[in-house]
Design a protein around this ligand. Structure first.
Ligand SMILES: Cc1cc2nc3c(=O)[nH]c(=O)nc-3n(C[C@H](O)[C@H](O)[C@H](O)COP(=O)(O)OP(=O)(O)OC[C@H]3O[C@@H](n4cnc5c(N)ncnc54)[C@H](O)[C@@H]3O)c2cc1C
Length: 457
C-alpha cells in the first residue's frame, strides 16, 4: 500500500525528528519477528510519549492505515509481522520506568522497556516481576503484556495476567484510558485489563503498565533428575505437583532434547531418556525440608540420578543444559515448527508417549521440552521443505491430541498468524463470534494488527 504524502507529512509533524522511517532498507528489520515470517511495513514510527501514540492511532484511524504495535520482535508466531503492510509503531523509545513504589509493591513503566531492565530495577529494592521469559534480555514489557508471556517461574508465581494491576491504552479509534487498579484488590466493572492482556495488539496499543512486584526469596537450590524412560520423567512431574511444596521452576526434557544437549558437550547420565530441572526457593532454613519433600515425590521407579546444586555456579551448570537447547534445534533440520501447547499435568505421560508415536508415524523428528510444572511443553517439529506436508499433518494431529487431553493450543506464545486457523478447534463458535464483536468495539475499522488471531474468513 502506498501511503499518501499528506499522511506521511502529518506523521512527521506529530513526532520529533528521526522518528519516522520510510526507506525500505531501514524498514526491513521491522517486517520480521522470530517466526521468520516477513512482510514489509510502509512506515515505521518511534513515539516517545503516550500522547504521541494517541495522535498516531487517530491519524491511522482517520486514513484507514493498518497499525501493528511492536516491542522487540521476538514473537515466535508472526504476531508482530505487518502482513497488511501500513504502519509499524515501535515502542523501543518508550523505555522509561516511571515509578518504583516498594511500599505498594508496584512498578509503573512505559512498555518499551525490556523485561530484564524491569527485573534489574525491581531487584535493587528486593523484588522481582514474576514473568521471566527466556527472552527476558531482549523482549519488551509491552510484548509480554500483549501475549501474556511467562517463563519457568510461572509454575509458582503466575503469568503476566496474575502480575499486572493496570494498563494505559489507546483503542483503534484513538480513545485512551487507564484500566485496572493501583491496589492488589479491586472488582469495579468488567476486567478490561485482563481482556487486553494476551490480545496481541488487536484491541489496543498499550503505552504504560502498573506491574505487581513479588519479594525476591532468600535462597534457591536446584535439582537435576534423570529417568530411564520418558514416561517415568513425565510421571515424576505429576508426582511432584501432587504434593504441597511448589517448585519455582519445573522444566522437562525428552530424550531427543537430551541428545541435543549432549551434542553441545554437556555430560548427562548415559541411560537418561528424560530429565527434570527443578528450582526450589524459600527461606534458607526451610529449603532442606522442601528439597527433601520434592526429591521424595520424584523418587519413582525409573529414576537414575538426582544431582543437587546449592550455590549459583553449580546451579548455572545444571541450567546450561536447558539454555543450550533452543539455539541447537536449528542444527537438526532447516525448518522448525515450535509449538507451546499445554495439557493438565496429570496428562503429561499420555501426551509425551503419543507424541513419540506421531513422530514415528509421520517420520518427523519431534523434540519436546518446557515448563512441565504448568503442563506447558514446547513441541518442536523438525523437517526439511520436502517433508512440509507431513509436518503440517503431524501438527494437526498434535493439536487434536492436546485438545483431547483437556489442554490448550498455546500457553505463552499466543496465536499470531501461524495458529490462527486452528483456534476454532478450541474456541466455541459462540465465543469466537463474541470475540469478533469485542474487537469491533475496541477497533471499529479493524486497523489494529489486522489478519491476526482470528481464523481466515
Ligand atoms: C529465544 C526466545 C525465547 C523465548 N522464550 C519465551 C518464554 O520463555 N516465554 C514466553 O512467554 N515467550 C518466550 N518467547 C517469545 C517472546 O519473547 C515473547 O512472546 C515476548 O513477550 C515478545 O515480546 P516482544 O517485545 O519481542 O514483542 P513483539 O514480538 O514485538 O510483539 C509480540 C506481540 O505483541 C504485540 N505488542 C507488542 N507491544 C505492544 C504494545 N505496546 N501494545 C499492544 N501490543 C503490543 C505485537 O503487536 C505482537 O502481536 C521467546 C522468544 C525467543 C526468541
Amino acid at each position: 500500500m502506498a501511503l499518501s504524502n499528506t499522511f506521511l507529512s502529518a506523521l512527521s509533524r506529530l513526532l520529533p525528528p528521526n522518528s519516522v522511517l520510510t526507506d525500505p532498507g531501514e524498514c526491513l528489520s521491522y517486517g520480521y519477528d522470530n517466526s521468520r515470517q516477513y512482510s514489509s511495513p510502509d512506515v515505521v514510527v518511534f513515539p516517545i510519549h503516550h500522547q504521541d501514540v494517541v495522535a498516531i492511532v487517530k491519524l491511522c484511524h482517520a486514513e484507514n492505515i493498518p497499525l501493528v504495535a511492536r516491542g522487540r520482535g521476538t514473537s515466535t508466531t508472526g504476531s508482530a509481522v505487518p502482513i497488511q503492510h501500513g504502519l509499524v509503531l515501535s515502542t523501543e523509545k518508550m523505555d522509561a520506568i516511571l515509578k518504583i513504589d516498594p511500599a505498594n509493591r508496584i512498578i509503573v513503566t512505559q512498555v518499551g522497556v525490556t523485561n530484564a531492565a524491569i527485573q534489574k530495577a525491581a531487584a535493587e529494592h528486593g523484588f522481582m516481576w514474576a514473568p521471566d521469559p527466556t527472552s527476558s534480555a531482549y523482549c519488551s514489557v509491552g510484548g509480554n503484556l500483549a501475549v501474556n508471556a511467562a517463563g519457568p517461574r510461572a509454575v509458582k508465581y503466575g503469568t503476566t495476567h496474575e502480575n499486572t494491576l493496570g494498563l494505559r491504552v489507546v483503542t483503534g479509534d484513538g480513545r485512551d484510558f487507564y484500566t485496572g487498579v493501583y491496589t492488589t484488590k479491586g472488582v469495579v466493572g468488567y476486567d478490561l485489563t485482563r481482556l487486553i492482556i494476551g490480545s496481541e495488539g488487536t484491541l489496543a496499543v498499550i503505552t504504560e503498565a502498573t506491574l505487581k512486584l513479588t519479594p525476591l526469596t532468600e535462597s534457591k537450590n536446584t535439582l537435576q533428575l534423570t529417568y530411564d524412560t520418558i514416561e517415568a520423567g513425565a510421571k515424576a512431574v505429576s508426582a511432584i505437583m501432587g504434593q504441597p511444596i511448589t517448585p519455582c521452576a519445573l522444566e522437562f526434557m525428552d530424550h531427543s532434547a537430551i541428545e541435543l544437549v549432549r551434542s553441545q558437550g554437556i555430560e548427562l547420565p548415559a541411560l537418561a531418556r528424560a530429565l527434570l530441572l527443578i528450582d526450589v526457593d524459600g527461606p534458607m532454613n526451610a529449603l532442606p525440608e522442601m528439597l527433601e519433600a520434592i526429591s521424595l515425590a520424584a523418587s519413582i521407579p525409573g529414576l537414575i540420578k538426582i544431582e543437587k546444586a546449592f550455590d549459583k555456579e553449580s546451579a548455572q551448570r545444571l541450567w546450561n543444559s536447558r539454555k543450550a537447547l533452543s539455539p541447537t534445534l536449528r542444527t537438526i533440520a532447516p525448518r522448525k515448527i515450535n509449538e507451546d501447547i499445554v495439557v493438565p499435568v496429570s496428562r503429561l505421560p499420555e501426551l509425551i508417549t503419543t507424541l513419540e508415536k506421531l513422530s514415528k508415524r509421520y517420520a518427523i523428528p519431534i523434540v519436546n521440552f518446557g515448563h512441565a510444572g504448568n503442563g506447558n511443553i514446547h513441541v518442536n517439529l523438525l523437517f526439511g521443505t520436502p517433508q512440509e506436508t507431513a509436518a503440517l499433518a503431524c501438527l494437526s494431529d498434535v493439536f487434536d491430541l492436546v485438545l483431547s487431553l483437556g489442554g490448550t493450543l498455546s500457553g505463552e506464545h499466543g496465536i499470531g498468524i501461524l495458529k490462527k486457523n486452528y483456534i476454532d478447534r478450541e474456541i466455541d463458535p459462540a465465543a469466537l463470534a463474541l470475540m469478533r464483536n469485542i474487537k469491533s468495539q475496541f477497533d471499529p475499522k479493524g486497523i489494529l494488527n489486522p489478519g491476526k488471531l482470528f481464523p481466515t474468513a
